[in-house]
Design a protein. Structure first.
Length: 229
């Protein structure tokens, strides 16, 4: 399948920025912001890690349902020249990662935190992207340290993420995400690729909570595993 001509590194970055703004500041009917989503899970009775894992599991199983998709009609009206289902994937995954970052005490208004959220979308490739940009993942990623990342490094990380996503989405074309769901007069694939979303959630938990200076005793917790039954 040939790469969609509308997909470029620039349009991918525009989709990331648009999705981050909607995820953090709102504007999609029927969709909670990342902070509202985080608050819902922070109020649960489990530990921080358990609550984050619960959030990841919910994204894997619930967000591809027609009931969830019905609130995403505005995505099709997005000012980004990218297939709607690709931006839907980016939006849902960014909101999940941003919610996890917020649960870890990170400021979603920070450009540095936004860049780390973007990096998580590379899944298991996030570590290499950050490492190649001079970020030492082996050490605790203290919140104060995130604020000291130079602007040129932020730009380098963003470019690497854009290229990684361009390759990923370009190879898959319009992306086969399961059954097509009627929405806003058109068709859109299920919003979430459960396997990649699960991986991204695990990466975000490790980056923003386990490798950060969040005070919790569960830094050796097991990754979330999808129940494929």
């Amino acid at each position: 399948m040939s790469t969609n001509k509308s997909l470029t590194q620039e349009t991918i970055m525009k989709a990331l920025d648009w999705s981050y703004d909607k995820a953090v500041n709102g504007g999609i009917p029927g969709m909670d912001t990342a902070i509202e989503l985080a608050t819902n899970y922070e109020q649960k009775s489990g530990s921080l890690i358990e609550n984050v894992n619960s959030l990841i599991r919910w994204q894997n199983t619930k967000s591809a349902t027609s009931g969830f998709l019905s609130g995403l009609g505005g995505v099709i009206m997005m000012p980004v020249a990218i297939p709607a289902n690709i931006t839907s994937v980016i939006l849902v995954q960014i909101r999940m990662v941003a919610a996890i970052a917020h649960m870890g005490g990170h400021d979603l208004k920070s450009d540095e935190v936004k860049t780390f959220v973007y990096a998580c979308l590379a899944g298991n490739g996030a570590k290499d992207i950050l490492k190649n940009s001079g970020i030492q993942i082996g050490k605790k990623l203290v919140i104060s340290g995130i604020k000291k990342i130079p602007g040129e490094v932020i730009k380098k990380i963003n470019q690497a993420v854009g290229f990684r996503l361009l390759t990923k989405f370009g190879e898959k074309g319009a992306i086969n995400l399961g059954k097509m769901v009627p929405i806003a007069g058109g068709l859109i694939g299920g919003t979430v690729d459960a396997v990649s979303t699960n991986t991204i959630g695990n990466v975000a938990r490790k980056l923003f909570i386990e490798d950060s200076n969040v005070n919790n005793p569960y830094n050796d917790s097991e990754p979330v595993i999808i129940d494929m039954k």
